[in-house]
Design a protein around this ligand. Structure first.
Ligand SMILES: NC(=O)c1ccc[n+]([C@@H]2O[C@H](COP(=O)([O-])OP(=O)(O)OC[C@H]3O[C@@H](n4cnc5c(N)ncnc54)[C@H](OP(=O)(O)O)[C@@H]3O)[C@@H](O)[C@H]2O)c1
Ligand SMILES: [Zn+2]
Ligand SMILES: [Zn+2]
Length: 350
C-alpha cells in the first residue's frame, strides 16, 4: 500500500480539506495512474452534501480523471508506463452478469464499483476518487485518450461527455432532428456540442438569458429561455428529442409540452423525486420520458474516439485544488463556464 495526498469532505457540512489515503499495490490486472487533471462534476457536489442519502465519509470525489500510467500488473498488455489515459465513473464491475456481457457495466446487476463512494473490494472500506495524486484501476476500466485532444479539456469527457453522448447515440439522433438540451452546465454544454456534431438542429433550453451568446458559440442553432412562456409556446410540439440535465427535482410538464408526437425526453440530472407529472401530457401524443446513466466502457471509448475525430473537447476553467470549495459554491449557483478542472500539480506541490 502507498499513502498519498487527497482532498476529502468529512461530513455533509464540511469543506473539502487535505486528507491522506492509501492506494493498493498493483495487482496482476491493475494499472496505476499518476493523476494530472480531474474534472469537477455536479455529482461530486451532490455526494459531498449527501443529497442522494448514500454518501460514505470521508468522501474523496472525482470521476473525470486524466493521468499518466506509472506501473502495470503482470497480466496487462494493452497499457504501458507513460501512456496517457482516462478513468471515468467506474473502476470495476462483476464482468459476468447480463449487463456486463452487454457492455453496460454501469447497470451491473451485482453493482459496479464506482470510482468513489462504492465498496472497495480490495482494500475494504469505500473507494476514493480523483481528487488525489494517483489511482489504481482494473485494466478493463482504463480509457485511451486520442492524441490530438488537449488533456485538460478532455478530462470532463469521462463523465459529462459520456453521459450526454450515450443517450444521443442510443436514441439514434441524426441529421435534421430537432434536439433540445436543457441546462447549460457541464453536461449541457457537451450535449450541445455532441448534438451539433451529429447534425441535429440544436436548441439550448436555459434559465439563464446571459448564457445565450455562449450557447451559440458552443453550437446551438437557437436558444430558448425556459422562463419565457411565449417562447415556450412557440416551440410547443416541435422537438424530436430532449436531453434534460437539470440537477434537482423540477416540473417536467412544460418540457413534455415541447415534445412532438412519439418523441422522448431523457432525464440524466435529477436523481431525486420529480414534481407530479400530468399523464395527459404523455397520452396526448404518445410521448415518453426515459432515464440514462453515464455509459459503458466500450461506448466511453467510442465517445472518446468520436471526440478525437471531430475535435470535440470541453470548455473549462482550470483551478487549483485549494480553490475547490469556492468552485463548489459557484457550481451550486450555476456559475461555471462550463466545467471546472483541477490541475493536480497543485496537490502534489502542496
Ligand atoms: N445520469 C448520469 O449518468 C449523470 C452523470 C453525471 C452527472 N449527472 C447529474 O447531472 C446533473 C447535471 O450535472 P452538471 O455537472 O452538468 O451540473 P451543472 O454544471 O451544475 O449544470 C446544471 C445546469 O442546470 C441548470 N439548472 C440548475 N438548477 C436548475 C433549476 N432549479 N431549474 C432549471 N435549471 C436548472 C443550470 O443551467 P442554466 O443556467 O442553463 O439553466 C445549470 O448550469 C447533476 O445532477 C449531476 O449529478 C448525472
Ligand atoms: Zn459526473
Ligand atoms: Zn455485472
Amino acid at each position: 500500500m502507498t499513502a498519498i495526498k487527497a482532498y476529502a469532505a468529512s461530513s455533509k457540512e464540511a469543506d473539502l480539506k487535505p486528507f491522506d489515503i492509501e492506494r493498493r499495490d498493483v495487482q496482476e490486472n491493475d494499472v496505476k495512474i499518476d493523476i494530472l487533471y480531474c474534472g469537477v462534476c455536479h455529482s461530486d457536489l451532490h455526494q459531498v452534501r449527501n443529497d442522494w442519502k448514500n454518501s460514505k465519509y470521508p468522501v474523496v470525489p472525482g470521476h473525470e480523471i486524466i493521468g499518466k500510467v506509472l506501473e502495470v500488473g503482470s497480466s496487462v498488455s494493452n497499457f504501458k508506463e507513460g501512456d496517457l489515459v482516462g478513468v471515468g465513473c467506474m473502476v470495476d464491475s462483476c464482468k459476468t452478469c447480463g449487463s456486463c456481457q452487454d457492455d453496460l457495466e454501469q447497470f451491473c446487476e451485482n453493482g459496479a464499483t464506482m470510482t468513489y463512494n462504492s465498496n472497495d473490494k480490495h482494500m475494504g472500506g469505500h473507494t476514493f476518487g480523483g481528487y488525489s495524486e494517483s489511482i489504481v484501476v482494473d485494466k478493463d476500466f482504463v480509457l485511451r485518450i486520442p492524441k490530438n485532444l488537449d488533456l485538460k479539456a478532455a478530462a470532463p469527457l469521462l463523465c459529462a461527455g459520456i453521459t450526454t453522448y450515450s443517450p444521443l447515440a442510443h436514441w439514434k439522433i441524426k441529421k435534421g432532428d430537432k434536439v433540445g438540451v436543457i441546462g447549460l452546465g457541464g453536461l449541457g454544454h457537451m450535449g450541445i456540442k455532441f448534438a451539433h456534431a451529429m447534425g441535429a438542429h440544436t436548441v439550448m433550453i436555459t434559465t439563464s438569458p446571459d448564457k445565450s451568446e455562449d450557447a451559440k458559440k458552443l453550437g446551438a442553432d437557437e436558444v430558448l429561455i425556459s422562463k419565457n412562456e411565449e417562447d415556450m409556446k412557440k416551440h410547443a410540439g416541435s422537438f424530436d428529442f430532449l436531453l434534460n440535465t437539470i440537477p434537482v427535482g423540477h416540473d417536467m410538464n412544460p418540457y413534455v409540452n415541447l415534445l412532438k408526437r412519439d418523441a422522448n425526453m431523457v432525464i440524466v440530472g435529477a436523481v431525486e423525486p420529480l414534481d407530479p407529472l400530468h399523464g395527459g401530457g404523455l397520452i396526448m401524443g404518445r410521448k415518453s420520458i426515459a432515464g440514462s446513466l453515464i455509459g459503458g466502457i466500450k461506448e466511453t471509448q467510442e465517445m472518446l474516439d468520436f471526440c478525437g475525430e471531430h475535435n470535440v473537447v470541453c470548455d473549462i476553467e482550470m483551478i487549483n485544488i485549494q480553490d475547490i470549495n469556492d468552485a463548489y459554491d459557484r457550481l451550486q449557483k450555476s456559475d461555471v463556464k462550463y466545467r471546472f478542472v483541477i490541475d493536480m500539480k497543485s496537490l502534489k506541490d502542496s
